[in-house]
Structures are given as structure tokens and as C-alpha cells.
Write a protein that binds this ligand. Structure first.
Ligand code: GRG
Length: 300
């Protein structure tokens, strides 16, 4: 199914909405001490697609929640994502000079400031998450569950665990099973937290939480396999970094292990499974259905 122009307009509206609120949750770029706040703004307002906060808000919509009450959670998860990109680009990790076509944070602000920028974004994320407890209509106990969910997803069993396994696997011949596990921790865990948190804030019932979790897992793998494919055949101008960086860093990827055609088939299957997972939902989940198709067709 091709994604229509109307969907792209709706996605852009959501991205602009999220950006307006992200800036509200951050100390102003000029506030003291200026270097750290300028670097945080540089790291967050970099043309990112805002997929994760969009998923949080759409999970809230799918379960009939008031979407604006999920905004702090959505913005906090985007801050965690931005921190992970800043740290991933560091010389000690992927050593990348470009992110979305712009010099990486450490290239502009220096390595020490880039490390601190990531640390500050991660810390701010939990400050913003905790603030949700005082939103009228949200149960503090649900907010606590969301904080726990996000902490586990970002931590050593989730995203950081995935990054460690990924670094360990560089240059090694690894199995498809290990690659899938790396992806599910490194990228999948945060996507999973997005769908779960956005719905848990509103006391989602078990069956729907399971359905959204299945969607997130298939969506996350489909997203990552597409990312691997774009690293082989993407347009450098559009993805904003050189193609072939996975091979340069001797990383195993789906196209490397399975070939491009099979990798494309896996990505299509994941997206189909993501859409099928939404069977318990009606039109209130249509945006999530379209977003899954968009991920398959994306060029960046
Ligand atoms: C260093 C703590 C730490 C974690 C690193 C998520 C991660 C783990 C690293 C990111 C590096 C990377 C290229 C991962 C592959 C997929 C991915 C997360 C791509 C970037 O996500 P997009 O496309 O980015 O949603 P935008 O810029 O649109 O927000």
C-alpha cells in the first residue's frame, strides 16, 4: 500500500506540533551555562523525523486518551533518542562527522560537551517524565509505571545493552539470531516503550497493550531492516550521511547476512505483521497503520 500525500501532511503537522512542545520542555538555548543549552538544542532540533514521540501520541489516541496529556512522555522519549544519537556519533563509538547532513554534536561543541549534552538530555527526559504525575486526570501510579518502562527500555537490558552487543559484534561474523537481538534492544526497545507508555498513561487494558506491543516489535524490526537497506542503497543527500557506513564499521546487517532482496522481504513482512497487530482497533489506529507503511517506503 502506497502512503498518500495527505498522510505525509498529517505527519508533518505532528512533527511541527512535537517541536513546539519539545522547546517548551527544554531550558532556553541562551540560558546559563550557554554552551550546554546551545548543544542540547543543536542535538534535538536537527531535522529528526520525530517518529518516537509520534508513536507515543498515536498510542494515546488509539486507546482514547487525551493526546496532549501524553506530550511530556512523547518529548522525553525523543530527548532520550537524541542523546543516544549524540553518543553513538562520538569518536569512541561510530565516530561520525555528519548526522542528518549537519556536523555531529562533538564536531561543533567538542567531545566533552557532546558527552555532557547526551547526559543532560537523558537526565532532563526523566525530569519531564516525572512532571507528568501532576497532570490532572493522569494517575501518578500509571506515570510511575511509564517511568519504569522507559528506564528499562533505555538501560542496560534495552538500548544500551543493544549498543554494547553491537560494538562487540563489529568485525565478527554473527548469526541472524544475534543480529535480531541487537536490533530489538538497540532500536526496538525504545519503540516498544513509545507504544506501551502512550497507552499505559491512560490505563490501557491488557489485550490492547499486548496488541500495541506486538505492533511496536514488528514496527521496530521493520524500521531497522529498512535502515540497514538505506545504508546500502539510500541517497546520501536525503539520508544526510555517507552510504555504506555499516560496512565501513564492519557491522553485520540484514542485507549483509541475507542479501538485499531477502532483507526487503523481511521488512515487508514486519510491516504487514505490525498492521495486523492492530486488529483490535478501529479507525482511531489508522495513523499507526499508515505510519507502518511509511516506514517501509521512507527514503531517510
Ligand atoms: C550510544 C546510548 C547509546 C545508544 C546508541 C539508538 C542507538 C543506540 C544508536 C543510534 C545509531 C543508529 C544509526 C541506529 C540505527 C537506527 C536508528 C536509531 C536510526 C536513527 O533513527 P531515526 O531515523 O532518526 O528515527 P531521526 O534523525 O529521524 O530522529
Amino acid at each position: 500500500m502506497a502512503v498518500c500525500g495527505d498522510f505525509v501532511r498529517q505527519l508533518q503537522e505532528r512533527q511541527a506540533y512535537i517541536d513546539r512542545h519539545l522547546v517548551r520542555f527544554m531550558p532556553p538555548a541562551g540560558s546559563y551555562p550557554p554552551v550546554i543549552h546551545q548543544a542540547m538544542h543543536y542535538a534535538v532540533f536537527n531535522g529528526g523525523k520525530r517518529l518516537r514521540p509520534t508513536l507515543v501520541l498515536e498510542a494515546a489516541r488509539a486507546v482514547g486518551g487525551e493526546v496532549e496529556k501524553a506530550l511530556p512522555t512523547a518529548c522525553a522519549i525523543e530527548m532520550i533518542h537524541c542523546y543516544s544519537l549524540v553518543h553513538d556519533d562520538l569518536p569512541a563509538m561510530d565516530d561520525d562527522d555528519l548526522r542528518r547532513g549537519k556536523p555531529t554534536c562533538h564536531k561543533v561543541f567538542g567531545e566533552a560537551n557532546a558527552i555532557l549534552t547526551g547526559d543532560a538530555l537523558l537526565t532532563l527526559a526523566f525530569e519531564v517524565l516525572a512532571g507528568s504525575a501532576s497532570i490532572p486526570g493522569l494517575e501518578p501510579v500509571q506515570v510511575m509505571k511509564v517511568i519504569h518502562e522507559v528506564a528499562v527500555a533505555a538501560g542496560s537490558q534495552g538500548m544500551i545493552g543493544g549498543q554494547v552487543l553491537d560494538l562487540e559484534a563489529e568485525g565478527a561474523e554473527i548469526s541472524l539470531e544475534l543480529l535480531k537481538d541487537i536490533h530489538s534492544r538497540k532500536t526496538g526497545a525504545l519503540f516498544r516503550a513509545c507504544l506501551r507508555s502512550g497507552s499505559m498513561l491512560f490505563g490501557v487494558e491488557d489485550e490492547r497493550l499486548k496488541a500495541l506491543t506486538r505492533y511496536a516489535e514488528s514496527f521496530g524490526l521493520g524500521f531497522q531492516v529498512t535502515d540497514d537497506i538505506l545504508d546500502v542503497e539510500g541517497d546520501e543527500q536525503v539520508i544526510g550521511k555517507p552510504v555504506g557506513s555499516d560496512r565501513k564499521n564492519e557491522k553485520a546487517t540484514y542485507p549483509y547476512l541475507l542479501g538485499l532482496d531477502e532483507a526487503r522481504r523481511v521488512a515487508r513482512t514486519c510491516i504487514q505483521e505490525a498492521v495486523e497487530s492492530l486488529a483490535p482497533f478501529g479507525p482511531e489506529a489508522d495513523f499507526l497503520r499508515n505510519l507502518a507503511h511509511y516506514v517501509l517506503e521512507r527514503q531517510s
